[in-house]
Design a protein around this ligand. Structure first.
Ligand code: HEM
Length: 494
């Protein structure tokens, strides 16, 4: 019935030439305006020879996280070493991969760079990440960092060396009770950095019970991230209002996280405990510019968002040491040389950037950057990047994995594990050619860099001193998604 009625109305309309004409004109205008806007957007990015920038259209920006290698390869095939645009509906992000582009991006306007709302990942992601420091910029960023920086400062990290050392030795001691053990480096070390950062931040409040509660929360966190990455309609602001299963996962994590920290802070105040988390929480007072949400979101980012990032670095270190026995031998003798100088000598060893140990960790970080593509950041002023005109307020992402292997900085063997390359590369080339804890003007932006460096080094020392590592022949690069937990390293007691 409806169909018949619809057809009659349509027939009537079409039989009136004026209405029909206006309708067609309307459709043409809409199509034209969309294509003109698309072209205008792209025309804003041309070089001095009026060459238009290349454009890679993708269906979902989350593919940058889910299919990073594929997107990166497509970008390289399309644009070579030039910058290119990734576009997805109303979003566009400029992708850069060369040290010279990184230099252009941070030149002159770094202090006024911004970040797109929710990193362009939609409302659910925004609800989950809240007002964490990593999504902030300008004054909002500075105010949060003021509260969180103190326990992460270099001297604070070094002051806690004894505890970190005790904990890493215990952890490594538990890896093997027999003369040889096969293990998957990624899963064995997954929660080591997490445990030590939690210990560092909760201090007197930290015990086995709290650790298990945090592990449980880490599981909820990962579950929510997984659901956000695969759910449909993640973009819609209104969708987040419905009690979907993904929203329930997000809200469960947020409310359990809030409950746990409120209880810890309450107990720490009652017992007058030494507890940095409680000290940071004294900044809640709105006159001190930090809300409870700022505090909880940032603390969540600190603890949960770095588990996999840190696990990758340790796994890359162990699998590559296993594949390179001569580096292991050299490292072992370097360690015993420094240790023979007593306690003071050992802490100098850990903070010395001229050692093989330092190069081993740097090389692992080069090959396992925190994210394949950096989180998006916007330019503050109109500028040229790689010869292309780039308007102010353009969202830019760095293909970190390419940057960290590019021949212009690393030579032709940039994909190989070779720690001594750091003896050859000029320090100034690292500034824009190496993404570690940030790059260029933002090279030190990672809050946990000093802690992470110390823990990586202590763990490597503890392993190499006790075990000879042998490769089981399934290096990180060959591991598919299915068998990421397969054993890849054999530990043989020395
Ligand atoms: C102790 C463990 C770690 C903690 C607590 C930590 C914490 C953080 C936090 C809170 C941020 C946001 C900083 C801000 O925007 O103000 C951040 C950014 C970052 N972190 Fe870490 N992180 C840790 C380990 C790592 C590791 C192992 C890597 C590298 C493999 C890494 C690489 C980065 C990068 C690249 C950024 C982004 C910097 C930028 O915005 O330019 N982090 N980290």
């Amino acid at each position: 019935m409806d169909a018949i009625f619809g057809n009659i109305v349509l027939d009537r309309l079409l039989s009136q030439p004026l209405v029909f004409g206006l309708g067609v004109l309307g459709v043409v205008l809409v199509v034209l305006s969309i294509s003109v806007r698309g072209l205008q957007r792209r025309y804003a990015f041309c070089n001095d020879q009026a060459k238009l920038i290349k454009e890679l259209k993708i269906t979902d920006l989350r593919l940058k996280l889910l299919q990073s290698a594929h997107i990166s390869q497509q970008g390289r095939a399309l644009a070579g070493t030039e910058p290119y645009l990734i576009t997805c509906g109303k979003y566009q992000e400029l992708v850069i991969s060369q040290p010279a582009h990184v230099h252009d991006f941070y030149r002159s306007d770094y202090k006024v760079h911004g970040k797109p709302r929710n990193f362009n990942f939609g409302g659910l992601f925004g609800r989950f990440m809240g007002t964490a420091v990593g999504l902030r910029f300008g004054d909002g960023w500075r105010k949060i960092r003021l509260h969180f920086d103190p326990p992460f400062k270099f001297h604070e990290a070094v002051r806690r060396l004894g505890i970190f050392q005790r904990e890493t030795v215990l952890w490594v001691g538990e890896l093997s009770t027999s003369s040889s053990t096969d293990l998957n480096a990624r899963s064995e070390f997954k929660f080591l950095v997490f445990r030590l950062v939690a210990h560092h931040l909760y201090r007197d409040a930290f015990d086995d019970r709290l650790y298990w509660q945090l592990l449980e929360l880490s599981h909820l966190h990962d579950q929510a991230v997984h659901e956000i990455l695969i759910c449909k309609s993640h973009e819609s602001r209104y969708w987040t209002l419905f009690p979907t299963s993904v929203r329930k996962s997000v809200d469960k994590f947020l409310s359990d996280w809030r409950g746990l920290n409120r209880a810890v802070i309450h107990n720490a105040r009652g017992g007058k405990w030494d507890c940095p988390v409680e000290e940071i929480a004294r900044g809640f007072d709105p006159s001190k510019d930090m809300t409870e949400e700022d505090f909880l979101s940032t603390l969540g980012e600190v603890l949960f968002a770095n588990v996999d990032v840190s696990a990758s670095v340790l796994s890359t270190t162990m699998t590559n040491l296993a594949a390179n026995p001569s580096i292991q031998t050299e490292l072992r003798s370097e360690i015993s040389k420094w240790k023979s100088q007593g306690e003071g000598g050992f802490s100098k060893y850990l903070t010395n950037s001229g050692t093989l140990l330092h190069r081993v960790i740097m090389e692992s970080m080069r090959l396992s950057p925190a994210f394949w593509f950096s989180m998006p950041e916007t330019t503050g002023e109109a500028k040229q990047i790689g010869g292309y005109h780039v308007p102010a307020n353009t969202t830019v992402i760095i293909d970190n994995r390419r940057l960290n292997e590019e021949a212009v900085t690393w030579g032709d063997d940039g994909a190989q594990y070779r720690p001594d390359r750091f003896l050859e590369v000029a320090p100034q080339a690292l500034r824009c050619g190496f993404m570690r804890y940030g790059t260029s003007a933002a090279s030190g932006r990672c809050l946990g860099k000093h802690l992470a460096d110390l823990i990586f080094k202590l763990t490597t020392v503890a392993v190499v001193e006790r075990f000879r590592l042998e490769s089981l022949g399934v290096g990180e690069k060959q591991l598919g998604f299915q068998n990421r937990d397969a054993a890849d390293v054999r530990l043989i007691k020395i």
